[in-house]
Design a protein around this ligand. Sequence first.
Ligand SMILES: O=C(O)c1cc(=O)[nH]c(=O)n1[C@@H]1O[C@H](COP(=O)(O)O)[C@@H](O)[C@H]1O
Length: 233
Amino acid sequence: MIEKSPLIVALDFAVRSELDALVDKLDPSLCRVKVGKELFTLYGPEVVRDLHRRGFEVFLDLKFHDIPNTTAAAVAAAADLGVWMVNVHASGGMKMMSAAKAALQPFGKDAPLLIAVTVLTSMQSDELLNIGVHDNALAQVSRLAMLTSECGLDGVVCSAQEVSVLRGLIPDDFLLVTPGIRPQGSALGDQQRVATPTEAMAMGSNYLVIGRPITRSEDPLAVLKQINATLGY
Ligand SMILES: O=C(O)c1cc(=O)[nH]c(=O)n1[C@@H]1O[C@H](COP(=O)(O)O)[C@@H](O)[C@H]1O
């Protein structure tokens, strides 16, 4: 049961003062936050610790994809940092995902949620074909979600467009985290498989990842509150 807003705000910033200006306005009761590759590469774990000090639950989105030993160690390092959610690429395979899951065992109930990215929301089926995947996006997402579930992970990252099909394939408590969220009228940018916040929730998403429509708006707090209100939070 999700007790607060399902929104996860993607803090994709290169300039620390811009990040701080946004985070000063946000309230941990309104959303969770995501630290991705750009912010982490520039500022490292200290930025996560700072967000924790401010009371935010942090999704560390580094999309680990490596040999099982390396991925497991990286996931354990994320758990040491005390993050709420961490992710790997499901295409790293079952051995990699199982090793990542096993690495969290010593953390017990303090372990972060472990989620696997299926097919990036910036990709369509034609681009999958380019990289040698002959199934369409829905079939590939479904395959990777089932493998992820078999490995005992907590859920997957997928687009909202796959959610209703996945709900029929996997256990009810499996988390579906959906980026590619665009409120009506927002620019798509590089996102391809998109949905509005209301559509994504209606289809059965558990968490909605939203970046630019909030962070690049003139009044991020107002947009965040408006999206929460449309979802009943
Ligand atoms: O794992 C992710 O968070 C992720 C997976 C995916 O398939 N697509 C995707 O957009 N993301 C992330 O979600 C965020 C979306 O940001 P906006 O496109 O600005 O809303 C970015 O930080 C992406 O890195």
